[in-house]
Design a protein around this ligand. Sequence first.
Ligand code: EPS
Length: 391
Amino acid sequence: MFRFLTSGESHGISLNVIIDGVPAGIEIDTEYVNSWLAKRQVGYGRGGRMKIETDKAIIKSGVRHGKTTGAPISIEILNRDFENWKIPMSTEPVELTDENLAKISEKEITNVRPGHADFAGAIKYNQQDVRNILERSSARETATRVAVGAIAKCILKQFGIEGFSHVLQIGTVKTDKNIEPDLKIIEKNDLRVTDMKAYELMKAEIDKAKAEGDTLGGKVEVIYSNLPVGLGSHVQWDRKLDGQIAQAVMSIQAVKAVEIGMGVDVAKNSGKHTHDEMFFENGKVVRKTNNAGGLEGGMTNGENLIVKASMKAIPTMKTPLSSINLKTKQAIDAHFERSDTCAVSACGIVADSMIATVLVNAFMEKFGQDNAEQIKRNYETYKEMLRERFE
Ligand code: EPS
């Protein structure tokens, strides 16, 4: 099973992730991993932290001379900002000099931000200093998920499966849905859109939110192509690929809705405007629509996988909301720390990464996971069976 565990705090010494279940014989290019970490850092409206960090993957195991061995891959991403947090975020007890005490109390937080993990986390883990919660709940953690996603993409690429994300909406500005996503344009701008008229309006809305000390969310879309029919299964709730994808994407910081294909519009459309009719053409099953978003019955159906995610506006706001101080039990203005005005394009990169990990796991569940050569043979045999069945 392809799985991972992350660790690390936003201002601790580093972020870490261990990835287990990686097949042997996969080429891993560290610069490719770093290129995805860099994509996560891009975004008009990102905060000051992005000027401090240049996230780089340090691959510490499971890879030898650029190829996986089948052993767990561990990756570390250093937090350059830790230089400024050595006392407040020290893992070892620190000498309680006046200077150190001042540094620690300066970073202590007892106000909670509506919309973040602060309140529930401080109660659940019985923490007086809310920093002990927000350091882990921070979206900084998503850097490790993108590193995992890049490793997953290295595996999927071997089988011709690739995906990308783009932004559909920021605040009230939506891209024109009649404009097909064009990766060459998406990769060239810092909001990951194809519709450059919407791009300008989105930037203006981000500038306005920033000026008002507010923040913005939005909606992203992830598209994966060249997937075989039959990943996932209809036989158990937890083997349905739509459920697995929904959980993976919903688990991303600030995501509040996930849609597959037509998504929420299925509620209003009747059957004949929803289901994708099927035809035989040259020995292949073809469809003229893809409202199912590539999944039927919890399994891939051979069409592009289409996943959309809606991200809430970031809870750390310069114009704070009313909230409470857990220590004084007084009404206060919510805590503010340096943050982003808008991180929607980054959310797309993270969603893409999480979907890649789910797809790798489903692909290996069907075709094996020990080594690339064996998986390739199993996949070719499957494709031969499909040809025999339909040609
Ligand atoms: C982020 C790192 C964080 C935040 C932001 C995203 O760094 P810092 O707290 O030092 O500024 O900027 O986190 C959030 C928006 C959040 O709500 O947690 C990152 O690396 O993506």
